[in-house]
Ligand binder design. Sequence first.
Ligand code: 3H9
Length: 692
Amino acid sequence: MSAEYKAEGNIAVITLTNPPVNGLGFATRHAIVEGMKLALNDDAITAIVITGAGKAFSGGADIKEFNSPKAFAEPSLHTVINVLESSEKPVIAAIHSVCMGGGLELALGCHYRLASPGAQIALPEVKLGILPGAGGTQRLPRVVGLELALNMIVSGTPIASEKLAKTALFNEVVEGDLMQAAFAFANKVAAVRPLPKVRDIKVDYPNYEAFLQFSRNTVRAMSGPFPAPLKCVEAVAAAVTKRFDDGMKLERDLFLELVQSTESKALRHAFFGERAASKLPDVPDDTPVRPIKSVAVIGAGTMGGGIAMNFANAGIPVQILEMKQEALDKGLATIRKNYENTLKKGKLTQEKFEQRVGLITGTLSYEEIAQADLVIEAVFEDMGVKEQVFKKLDEVMKQGAILASNTSTLDLDKIADFTKRPQDVIGTHFFSPANVMKLLEIVRGKKTANDVLATILGISKKIKKTGVVSGVCDGFIGNRMIEQYSRQAGFLLEEGCTPEQVDKAVEKLGFAMGPFRMGDLAGNDIGWYIRKRRYVEKPQITYSKTADLLCEMGRFGQKTGAGWYDYKPGDRKAYPSSVVNDMIVKHSADLGITRRKISDQEIVERLIYSLVNEAAYILEEGIATRASDIDMVYLTGYGFPLHTGGPMFYADTVGLPNVVMAMAKYAKGRHGDAWKPAPLLARLAEEGKTFN
Ligand code: 3H9
């Protein structure tokens, strides 16, 4: 049973008991209906209170059931709500903590609703690419008004219950004991007949047509590739333009359409992917964690500063260590400026500004950071420099401190072995700008202790990052894959594309930025530096020389005012560059390549399938724990379009046999060796299976 029935004198109490958030799965729905039968058949019962056990009233429909027949098995959520609404005895919802989605729809089917202050009230279905499908779009406007309901449904943002106290959503917002208040209320309304039903309320909104048209225009402009927001407007509109039952039918049709859409499946995949990423099969949930009350960051550069801000934002004091006073002052001034900009934009209060700036201090002495619980090194990406830093950290840091490296490509096991405590060493690879980007790649060394991993996974949540664990390999998950993508981008230039054509093709799919605009933003010299190392270490790997030629021209990107594109002073817009395009054409001629017209489809396939193939190796080698971890890396760190669900989910959607078939075609072209399918990919394609 996922709901408990109990009679407290003349009041029946149905308590949802489906942890963690009392999702309204099949068993819970069934148990609610059974509870209602008991209450209605017992003459001694005069009213029914519905509430939730634990940390939620209800988080809504059980999303895990969405792809199974259980989602719509009877009693469906509609049936449950009908049973409540048509009950001859008053039904009162006692709401606390979380009341979302189907949970709120269930409450709206009750005759009365009481809430504790601070309860999060939302219809967040749009964030999963669907719309409230159990009457939410029809009932919420009837109690909070058309405008507020539309905002809540289109944004999915939770509102604290006390802010809705004046609306007809709640009969009371209760300061004291919720259940006691619910019993008192139940006794008060026990004899009321007829019982109030939300469906009977009329939505009153003069000039609703103008408002709805304005909403359609605004939402259409904002929703990009996602169909759900506009459908939400259509469904809410029906609450004012149609009879209740007709509005319900429209809502149902739109819900069924959206729930099948790839965009919704992708968003649901990302929802569960984000939560799965924090779990490791060999690190149990009850693994002890080390307390992190203070942090030190080595290096006050852009990366170090950004990393420090994350901790200050979470209320944790951070020391930044630099070698020279000048560099330290510059770093601290940049941080202050960043916070000042946020303050000016009104996104930070003066009090928070001062608190955060006050939490970040500077030092020139390793001895002064010795007591920090966690130290993160963000120095130059060079093994010799890392060696010096880690030997020093090993010497000065207190026992039990976690020693983390922000390396993006170097061998973490080697770094760990510079110390006598490799079990305390871990990689924390932040993405630039580190105070903005969601991804934190957590690199697990061979000797990293489980409690160190569990601590960093916990800290990543605290600083609001999506933490994804990677094993040690060159580039870890993200950069190892991006190398294959960059190689293809380079080959495409040699064969006939311009940087603009390549960028536009993937940006049309929804990428935040194509590879060349990205290179100009990050600095083309970084890749150049890495390739020079590779030319020595891995001479068997081939690269297009175009990127080297570009760097030899001094075109490092936005920071030098010129890269793959031209830039004008004070303007970040990328202008196609005739100098670069001439260089590319000449390079093709030097290689004896006849340039050809390349379709957008070929560009997209080559870029994405090169990521997917490398990812299949990564998965098979156990560098990534699961395919959805790889998707989370790309969705949160590399601007991969959310509506596609990440590279692995995208490949699953296209169909792995189709991916392999396209790869076979490209294998016949130049650098065909890059297109040999990874064994895992080949096997899954052959068996008709998917990554996720
Ligand atoms: C809906 O209602 C459709 C209807 O309109 C129509 C139907 C016909 N189902 O986020 P957390 C799990 S659609 C299943 O870390 P928090 C989650 O996976 C639904 N599982 O906790 C995780 O599991 P695990 C509309 C769910 O305290 C665990 O709970 N509702 C659901 O930070 C803890 O999650 C939503 O979209 C669910 N509905 O935040 C609400 N919700 O431990 C989505 C959570 O195995 N949920 N889980 O990894 C949330 O926004 C947050 O989870 C919530 C709690 C605020 C509730």
